[in-house]
Design a protein around this ligand. Structure first.
Ligand SMILES: O=C(O)CCC(=O)C(=O)O
Ligand SMILES: [Fe+2]
Length: 491
């Protein structure tokens, strides 16, 4: 699986490069006269050049990520069949081909991003409001592919917009696919949304040009009946206008200002009293919330240290799982990859990063879990969740670790993110945007050890860029005599 990590997506560029080399060798050896193949190679080469020049942006941008995966799965399969190369089984330096799951994953990411950041189909680059070094858009066929996939997955209203974009771009028919086929599919999506009158109008347009079109003929019969009942039921199910956003979504968009009455109680200061070393190198602390307790430390981890963490984590990245109903599973609401590093045992050069957390939190590292490094992929996110365990009555929290529940979370931001990717707390109206070198710290439990539901939080979808974080979860055992008041003069 590639789409859940920008780090992995990057490998696909290498894979495509090796395929292009293959093709070039084929052309040189056998097919000097094959102009069409040469043209295709040159076009693919052009795209690849763009991809290599801007690799991280290219693989994290939902449109170009889709183009890359689609090229490998569609264009290269066709070329493979022509030149006698089994592209599905192809691998280069252990980099395997992407699969249909990657295509679905990227398409779902597109829908998520489109809704959240209000992006018109195919206008990603324009709508996110930053100038990209490349200008890539999807063609008619690709828009159609996305629309069809979205409809099959039940995202009807989004699929309608992609069908419309496909029709808008349609300039020639493809083998086995005409403009009328697309309109008939659009009619299906409109009907699913109970937009019968529009669907009927389009069906009549098809029948005007192709009176025998069998799909349109059968659609017409269904739609005539449906429009009659539509008039009676007064257009129910219609969704128009701008979407409504929840608190979570507004925070992701950076669209909520905190009230002045709260802001005036929050300060930034140098923290230099917790240990003598801090006299020389104080921590740069920004208060985010007093209750629940939450702070951000700035410039708390150096670029050098970040490089070391990423190097250790890269070979160990796996799809991130979620623990629910007593087992770990893959879910759509957490699309990222992670690696667990046992710093005490194996990654001892990273010890200062963990040790520093004792200064940042006042909590002893005796009950820390392993360090978890996370990398998000195309539209990668982690929906609202709690970090603490909610064991059944009489059961222990995190029994395999045996250190009690997660009393607190520290999360280092190991990269900047170009657009999106905030960490948001909907119940307290707080959103923190990643900044390379910062860290966020909050308590998950009340002082008596019960869970604090106000700590509900989420990682918003990454719109553009590569998001890396490192989580240090701190458990209860050994912290009995530590107290958050020591950290916050306001408490
Ligand atoms: O990446 C983020 O911003 C939050 C991640 C998180 O909440 C988690 O991994 O538990
Ligand atoms: Fe979390």
């Amino acid at each position: 699986e590639y789409y859940t990590s920008t780090e992995r997506m990057r490998q696909l560029i290498k894979l495509e490069e090796s395929l292009t080399n293959h093709l070039s060798r084929y052309i040189e050896n056998y097919a000097n006269d094959s102009r069409a193949l040469q043209r295709q190679r040159d076009e693919l080469g052009r795209q690849l050049k763009e991809a290599s020049a801007h690799d991280l942006l290219y693989v994290s941008h939902p449109v170009t990520a889709f183009l890359l995966i689609n090229r490998l799965l569609t264009d290269w399969q066709k070329i493979g069949a022509y030149i006698g190369l089994d592209v599905r089984q192809y691998a280069f330096e252990n980099i395997q081909m992407p699969t249909a799951d990657d295509v679905s994953g990227v398409m779902e990411a597109l829908v998520r991003l489109q809704h959240l950041y209000q992006i018109v189909p195919n206008k990603c680059s324009r709508d996110i409001g930053i100038d990209l070094p490349f200008d890539q858009a999807l063609g008619a066929l690709e828009c159609y592919q996305i629309a069809d996939h979205l409809m099959a997955d039940g995202f009807n209203s989004q699929s309608i917009r992609w069908f419309q974009e496909a029709l808008h771009l349609w300039s020639m028919d493809y083998a086995g696919l005409t403009k009328f086929d697309v309109i008939n599919e659009l009619v299906k999506a409109l009907s699913n949304e109970k937009r019968y009158t529009e669907a009927l109008k389009l069906t009549d347009e098809v029948l005007q040009e192709q009176p025998d079109n069998p799909v349109a003929l059968s659609n017409r019969i269904l739609l005539e009946n449906a429009t009659a009942s539509e008039l009676l039921s007064d257009n129910e199910g219609r969704t128009t206008g701008t979407p409504e956003y929840s608190e979570y979504e507004m925070l992701c968009r950076g669209g909520i200002e905190r009230p002045a009455s709260v802001l005036k109680t929050l300060y930034c200061f140098y923290e230099h009293s917790r240990n003598p070393f801090l006299r020389i190198a104080p921590l740069k602390l920004e208060q985010i919330s007093h209750d629940p307790f939450m702070v951000v430390y700035h410039e708390i981890i150096s670029d050098r240290e970040i490089t070391n963490v990423l190097e250790a984590a890269q070979p160990r990245l796996n799809r991130a799982l979620v623990f629910e109903a007593n087992k770990y599973s893959v879910t759509h609401y957490r699309t990222s990859t992670n690696a667990w590093l046992d710093v005490e045992m194996f990654y001892t050069h990273l010890k200062p990063i963990v040790k520093r957390i004792e200064d940042m939190t006042g909590l002893t590292k005796r009950s820390y879990d392993q360090l978890q490094i996370g990398n998000y992929g195309v539209g990668g996110h982690y929906s609202t969740h709690y970090d603490y365990d909610r064991p059944a009555e009489g059961q222990e929290a995190f029994p395999t670790l045996g250190k009690g529940n997660r009393i607190a979370t520290v999360m280092y931001y190991l990269s900047d993110v170009d657009v999106g990717g905030a960490t948001v707390f909907p119940d307290i109206g707080v959103g923190v945007f990643p900044r390379k070198g910062s860290a966020i710290f909050w308590y998950n439990l009340y002082r008596n050890g019960t869970s604090d539901p106000r700590t509900l939080h989420a990682a918003c979808p990454v719109m553009l860029g590569s998001k890396w974080v490192a989580n240090q979860w701190i458990h209860e055992r050994g912290q009995e005599f530590k107290h958050p008041c020591a950290l916050d003069p306001m408490l």
